[in-house]
Design a protein around this ligand. Structure first.
Ligand SMILES: *Cc1c(COP(=O)(O)O)cnc(C)c1O
Length: 228
């Protein structure tokens, strides 16, 4: 493998640190999640060797193969793909975080199946922030009720909200969608929750997400190159 993963990782981290400065965010307040779906274990190992610790996967079986193969590296695994009810056990047993919880039934299954030997599973609720029929996620009108119910589940720790906005190429439109997710997070915290995570921003729009308070950006292509 002759791709310079060290240079790619450095370049993404530089974009993140520059955006923190430009938008008056505290230094290191934004974490990088390396999205490794469809990428081979060897590419993940190369980015891990360059210092990256957290990786995001979308498909359970593919993820489990890589988690087992890379066990010795003690990486932190985040599940970010659509969740079918019959896949919750594998997620509850092998991941530290889930970003894509979009209905209470899934949260209840993850709670019931999270092993007692592991710390509570960190959870974000996925919000369909631009109301696209092609996308998963809660409607904004449903967030408060589901969030309160998830907070009561002892084996889950509700950390925040996640969204994949509609495609937009200009900065201001990108920023408007992210602002709505931030407002939803702020509203829940006013209602007494203590959410510390906004999972938003990808390879092409991470600066706009950081401008609107993203704490975790999910980056695939800019790190690994195009997916096959
Ligand atoms: C694939 C994926 C990403 C990464 O997208 P890039 O444009 O490759 O950076 C982020 N979040 C989710 C949920 C994804 O499925």
């Amino acid at each position: 493998m002759n791709i310079d993963f060290v240079a790619r990782l450095q370049s993404v981290l530089t974009r993140i640190r520059n955006a923190e400065r430009r938008f008056q965010r505290p230094q290191d307040s934004v974490r990088l999640l390396a999205v490794s779906k469809t990428q081979p274990a060897a590419a993940i190992a190369a980015i891990a060797a360059a210092g990256q610790h957290c990786f995001g996967e979308n498909y359970l079986q593919e993820a489990l193969d890589k988690i087992i193969e890379l066990k010795a590296l003690s990486l932190e695994w985040h599940f970010i793909g659509p969740i079918q009810a019959n896949k919750t056990r594998g997620i509850a047993e092998h991941f530290a975080w889930v970003h894509s919880v979009d209905r209470l039934k899934i949260a209840e299954r993850l709670n019931a199946q999270r092993p007692d030997t592991l710390p509570p599973l960190n959870v974000c609720l996925e919000v369909n922030i631009d109301r696209e029929s092609s996308k998963h996620g809660l409607d904004e009108s449903e967030i408060a009720e589901v969030a309160q119910a998830v907070t009561a589940l002892p084996r889950l720790r509700l950390r925040g909200l996640m969204a994949i906005p509609a495609f937009a190429s200009d900065f201001d439109s990108q920023r408007r969608s992210f602002a709505r997710l931030r407002e939803q997070r702020d509203r829940l915290n006013v209602q007494g929750l203590t959410l510390d995570t906004l999972s938003m921003g990808m390879s092409d729009d991470l600066e706009a997400a950081i401008a609107e308070d993203a704490t975790l950006v999910r980056v695939g292509t800019a790190l690994f190159g195009p997916r096959t």
